[in-house]
Design a protein around this ligand. Structure first.
Ligand SMILES: *Cc1c(COP(=O)(O)O)cnc(C)c1O
Length: 390
């Protein structure tokens, strides 16, 4: 079913066999990307065929990596609503603001998209025991899909993680280890355990398939906007999987001739307490330096060092986009505005996109008539205490 041809290093371009289990490029220690035969895809697939497909992300299975589509592990992931944010539009005097509400995914965040593909593909390649270091939503998503697949899941979390995330993983049957340290420490400990026990790590961008799941957000956006991409996408960026995935999707969609060459300006928003990407972007750097003492209530944005930093920075520049950081207070206030105006209980990371929009509009970087998509990447339900800071 899949038209996958090979894996390709995102830095050096070397090719690898897609039917073997791979992690990073052994030469560069950078992520591998999945490539497909789009000439073959074009011959057997057209946009119209989507009309009769299930409203989940497997509607794009021709450009997903499973060799056997029946191996998909499904909980109803993807095809989330793209809401026209009418009251927000009125307040900001901008008629074309949309919110992609990813909080409706299984386990309450868009991490479900990446992990369902990564786990299904790992299972297809014979993996039975998996591990992830995570400070939040990725761990819950992994635990859920592992449970459904009957795989054993190991989670390494910082011990200060909100208890909602911890309880979720335990309920879903994962074995949870609380680490006295931050996400980087969890990563180191998970790496050691993975090597000792031969567990497969699903850590962000360390295997090629989470991006493939996340890229379906790009396919959906295009489909939901009738194949006319917006002018600006504002994305709360941690490891950057979604940003890299969507940009990949747009390139693939153009190869399919389903969209033209118009691209949105891509905006990465981070928290002031952990902002390696805005810092590197504005300094003109090709790579980001690790952020010391990363701190923010937006757990998904607490990523001091991203393996795909150079890919994120390239995309921001290639798209004429930008990067900015907002304070925790500003992002939580905006989370409440987004929620109370539009009726979705947004997560703090989603709030950060609204705070960024307001700044960029005020600066004139976005004009009032432009079509803007904000990503609410998860539900607010898992962060019970953040509003106490207001
Ligand atoms: C993981 C996460 C992010 C960051 O996503 P990336 O694609 O890794 O940059 C943003 N918001 C939430 C709620 C998350 O869980």
């Amino acid at each position: 079913m899949s038209n996958m041809t090979h894996l390709e290093c995102s830095l050096c371009g070397r090719h690898y066999d897609a039917d073997e289990l791979h992690t990073l490029c052994p030469d560069c220690q950078r992520p591998l990307l999945v490539r497909y035969d789009f000439e073959a895809v074009k011959k057997t697939w057209d946009r119209e065929s989507l009309q009769t497909r299930e409203p989940d992300m497997w509607r794009y299975r021709e450009v997903l990596p499973l060799r056997d589509a029946n191996m998909a592990i499904r909980l109803g992931e993807g095809y989330t609503p793209l809401l026209h944010a009418q009251r927000l539009c009125k307040t900001l005097e901008m008629p074309h603001i949309f919110i992609k509400d990813e909080g409706l995914n299984p386990t309450g965040s868009f991490k479900a998209r990446g992990l369902c593909v990564a786990i299904a593909r790992a299972l297809e390649l014979g993996v039975m025991e998996i591990i992830i270091p995570s400070a939040g939503n990725a761990a819950g998503a992994m635990s859920a899909y592992a449970a459904r697949a009957g795989m054993k899941a190991h989670v390494f979390m910082p011990k200060d993680v909100p208890s909602s995330f911890l309880q979720e993983c335990r309920a879903l049957g994962a074995s949870v280890t609380l680490v006295d340290g931050n996400i980087t420490d969890c990563g180191l400990e998970a790496k050691e355990k993975a090597e000792q026990n031969n567990w497969f790590s699903l850590s962000t961008l360390k295997e090629p398939y989470r991006i493939e799941g996340k890229k379906t957000m790009g396919y959906e956006l295009a489909e939901q906007l009738n194949w006319q991409l917006p002018d600006v996408i504002i994305y709360p960026t941690g490891g950057g999987t979604g940003l890299i995935g969507m940009w990949k999707a747009f390139h693939e969609l153009e190869q399919l001739s389903w969209i033209d060459s118009h691209r949105p300006r891509m905006v990465a928003v981070q928290a002031e307490g952990c902002a390696p990407i805005p810092r590197a972007f504005h300094a003109g750097e090709e790579y980001a330096e690790p952020w010391e003492n990363a701190r923010t209530v937006a757990a998904g944005l607490r990523v001091p060092l991203a393996l795909g930093d150079f890919l994120i920075l390239r995309i921001l520049r290639e798209s004429n986009g930008t990067a900015l950081a907002v304070s925790d207070r500003a992002l939580v206030e905006a989370q409440m505005r987004m929620s109370s105006l539009e009726g979705i209980f947004a997560c703090p990371e989603g709030g950060a996109t609204l705070a960024a929009l307001e700044i960029l509009r005020k600066e004139g970087w976005i004009s009032s008539e432009e079509r803007v998509v904000l990503f609410n990447t998860g539900t607010g339900l898992k962060y019970p205490d953040v509003s106490e800071m207001l």
